[in-house]
Design a protein. Structure first.
Length: 200
């Protein structure tokens, strides 16, 4: 039965995440992934988790609770238009606080803490299970983004994620970061061989 888990840091290395995504892709599709798609998904995971230094419960992409997986709560920030942000601020109460982090002319960034829907995240007990479920989520809910990633189009991947509501951050800033991180790890992990999964 799915259950609430205590939030805990789950440190991993960039190489471990890259290899787990590679194995998960094979298990889900039956074929080896193109390295380009791996680097794009890997880069987004790095962005969402502070290069895995702020990785909790192996949640590789900031995915909210979904399906039959366990869940946990940890503090997060989200960016909304003023009217939406003001509704969230008005809902703040002890045990499920919402606070203003910063504001610009059109949007406000809010911090969600305690226990509430906005900071209820999916939780896993190991990296490989997390990688497989994360890819399953992308395949199921963000197929257009996956199509762009398969084509090696990091910008297109981010655009499709934004259209489908994956993240609330600035699309321009998110796109720039994913592209930069992807290029960086493409070089750093160039000598890492992709594992082959034996399919039964």
């Amino acid at each position: 039965m799915p259950q609430e888990r205590v939030a805990k840091r789950t440190p991993v290395t960039p190489e471990q995440v890259f290899l787990s995504f590679a194995m998960a892709w094979q298990m889900l599709t039956g074929s080896l992934p193109d390295r380009r798609v791996l680097h794009i998904i890997h880069a987004q995971s790095a962005l969402e988790t502070g290069h895995w230094k702020s990785l909790y419960n192996y949640n590789l992409g900031g995915a909210k609770r979904h399906g039959a997986c366990d869940w946990t709560f940890f503090t997060t920030t989200e960016r909304f238009p003023h009217a939406v942000a003001d509704k969230h601020l008005a809902s703040s109460k002890p045990g499920s606080e919402v606070s203003l982090v910063k504001a610009d002319a059109t949007h406000k960034t809010l911090r969600f803490s305690g226990k509430q829907q906005m900071n209820c995240f999916a939780s896993w007990e190991d990296l490989d299970s997390a990688a497989k479920d994360h890819l399953s989520l992308l395949f199921r809910r963000f197929p257009k983004a996956i199509d762009r990633a398969k084509a090696g189009d990091a910008d297109g991947y981010v655009k499709e994620l934004k259209k489908a509501g994956y993240f609330t951050a600035s699309e321009e800033e998110y796109m720039k970061a994913v592209g930069s991180i992807s290029r960086s790890y493409t070089k750093k992990l160039a000598e890492v061989a992709l594992p082959t999964v034996m399919m039964l």
